[in-house]
Design a protein around this ligand. Structure first.
Ligand SMILES: [Zn+2]
Length: 201
């Protein structure tokens, strides 16, 4: 068994006043709910030829998988819809990089959020299951994780091996069976659901 470690970060950017003007409406912080979340997923146009060819299909596959994956990840308490005018824009970047949630703030308040999901890690092209887990992780950062036991938006007590429960560790560990596709964490833990406001029945 091989363990893959995906490097994911949360980034807080400051003062993007123009972003607020370009994206009015649904990205005001208090209105984003993990129980009813809408996502606008777009494929970027960067990357090498192979990745540019792969991106549209990946985008469609990810868009198809996210609503069900969000339901599973939130123990059925959250609903996610794909929409052109979503609460948050997620861009599939066809380049190597560290996926991140960027929060644009003005006057100390979050005015909008964007997520960049990179489809290449080093020289490896990530699979759909890895991209689903990465996207769940970055979406989780909208609410999680803060306070005792966290650092930089992640829990500091990461399990040594693979665990399907718990999406907010860094690096995120996926299990790669010999000759098989990576299996990544798929369910938010109870403490993650609590920070997301989804701990009720
Ligand atoms: Zn993270």
């Amino acid at each position: 068994m091989r363990i893959l470690a995906l490097a994911l970060v949360i980034v807080a950017a400051t003062s993007c006043a123009f972003v607020d003007r370009l994206r009015p409406g649904p990205t005001i912080a208090p209105l984003i709910s993990a129980a009813f979340l809408s996502v606008h997923l777009v494929a970027g146009d960067a990357g090498d030829a192979q990745e540019r060819q792969r991106l549209p299909g990946l985008r469609d596959a990810l868009a198809g998988a996210l609503p069900g994956s969000w339901s599973v990840a939130t123990a059925g308490r959250g609903m996610l819809n794909m929409r052109t005018d979503g609460d948050i824009d997620v861009t599939l970047e066809g380049t190597n990089g560290t996926s991140a949630l960027t929060q644009h703030t003005r006057g100390g308040k979050v005015t909008s959020r964007t997520i960049a999901v990179h489809t290449i890690d080093g020289s490896r092209r990530l699979t759909l299951s890895e991209l689903v887990a990465t996207t769940l992780h970055e979406l989780g950062h909208i609410w999680c994780c803060f306070g005792p036991g966290t650092s930089g938006g992640h829990w500091t007590d990461a399990p040594a091996g693979f665990s399907a429960v718990g999406l907010m560790y860094s690096p995120m560990r996926c299990d790669v069976p010999a000759g098989g596709d990576p299996v990544c964490p798929s369910v938010f833990s109870d403490r993650e659901l609590a920070q997301m406001g989804l701990n009720g029945p």
